[in-house]
Design a protein around this ligand. Structure first.
Ligand code: SAM
Ligand code: SF4
Length: 333
């Protein structure tokens, strides 16, 4: 399935819920978002139907996200059903990790291929400041549980924000002893949680990946470590816009994702589905297509039409737009 700009679109990110057990300051307002009513949220069977239609027109990879996908009731069964959908080759998940100690084994057995765990700091106080309610030890336990359950790769995604002054080398060093793939993601000033309406962070808080790469190498050398080199056989599988490096001899890798300093729009391969059943052609654009109505009243042909309509509306690039009507927790990151 190709879009109007010749890009092959074979990846669908599905937000399972707008609810979350954290309240990260760049993602959600402190008192949470105005939660969707029960009947506004796609039912599990509706998501399954949508995935079947999406697979029939060329979607091969699904990522489950949110809000926090693991707080959605029925998520393990959904993973099982999506993995057995003809045409779907892999199902992955982005999570804050808190519920992984309880759920990693059953998710693995259900066929989940990969997990990305979000973690922005290794400092317990800063973790609380960023997530407002979370405990660092819970997310660290989630990482341990993902490795113990045999997920491979396990990626740790850290949003980098200039004013937070995170210890980036400490993060990069997580890749030394264990097969962890640390990925630094430039902060994106989207949603009402960012910018003037939210935490007050804006474009000046974006640390371009190139600058970050130099910071990490400089600090590594000052600690007697070698510099990062292009990743070899340790490079993790899984489509993604990251560029990967590694410390010589390390078990894992260090990746950089640069949605702002180095647009990867020309390689964009995805559509997004919000928890309330809107297909979003681009993270940075508020244009959405209602597939919930098509699922509830139209049937397979109507669903396919909505997907094609959204596909046809994918912009060539995001043109550095700042702010969107929906927060990340509602779009799914
Ligand atoms: N709750 C899950 C989690 O945190 O992994 C999944 C949903 S969360 C919205 C998905 C990803 O979006 C997380 O890695 C999060 O750090 C990232 N994210 C949220 N707001 C962001 C922002 N303003 N800029 C960059 N990444 C952001
Ligand atoms: Fe929740 Fe993930 Fe958003 Fe944090 S980034 S508030 S964990 S949805």
């Amino acid at each position: 399935m190709k879009d109007a700009h010749g890009r092959v679109i074979d990846y669908l990110r599905i937000s399972l819920t707008d609810r979350c057990n954290f309240r990260c300051i760049y993602c959600m307002p402190e008192d949470g978002v105005c939660q969707l009513a029960h009947d506004q949220i796609l039912r599990i069977e509706e998501i399954e139907q949508l995935v079947a239609v999406a697979a029939s027109i060329g979607i091969k990879s699904i990522r489950l996200t949110g809000g926090e996908p693991l707080v959605r009731k029925g998520v393990v069964d959904l993973v099982r059903s999506i993995t057995s959908t003809p045409g779907i080759e892999n199902v992955s998940m982005t999570t804050n990790g808190v519920l992984l100690p309880a759920m990693a084994d059953e998710l693995k057995q259900a066929g989940l291929s990969r997990v990305n765990i979000s973690l922005d700091t290794l400092d317990p106080e800063q973790f609380r400041e960023i997530t407002r309610v979370g405990k660092l030890e819970d997310t660290l336990a989630g990482i341990d549980a993902a490795l113990a359950a045999g997920f491979d790769p396990v990626k740790v995604n850290a949003v980098t924000v200039r004013r937070l002054d995170q210890d980036f080398l400490a993060f990069a060093k997580l890749s030394l002893e264990r097969p962890l793939h640390v990925r630094f993601i430039e902060y994106m000033p989207v949603g009402t949680s960012s910018g003037a309406d939210g935490c007050g962070w804006g474009k000046e808080d974006v640390i371009p990946s190139e600058e970050l790469f130099a910071i990490i190498n400089e600090r590594a050398v000052s600690e007697g470590l070698p510099e990062l080199q292009a990743a070899g056989k340790n490079q993790p599988i899984g489509w993604g816009p990251a560029r990967y490096f590694e410390f010589p001899g390390a078990q894992g890798t260090v990746g950089f994702i640069s949605p702002l300093s180095r647009h990867f729009c020309s390689e964009c391969n995805r559509l997004r589905l919000t928890a309330d059943g809107k297909v979003r052609p681009c993270l940075f654009s508020d244009t959405e297509y209602d597939v919930r109505e098509a699922l509830r009243t139209g049937g397979e042909t109507a669903v396919r039409e909505v997907l094609y309509e959204a596909l046809g509306a994918k912009p060539d690039e995001h043109h550095d737009k700042v702010g969107t009507e929906r927060n990340m927790s509602q779009i799914g990151g």
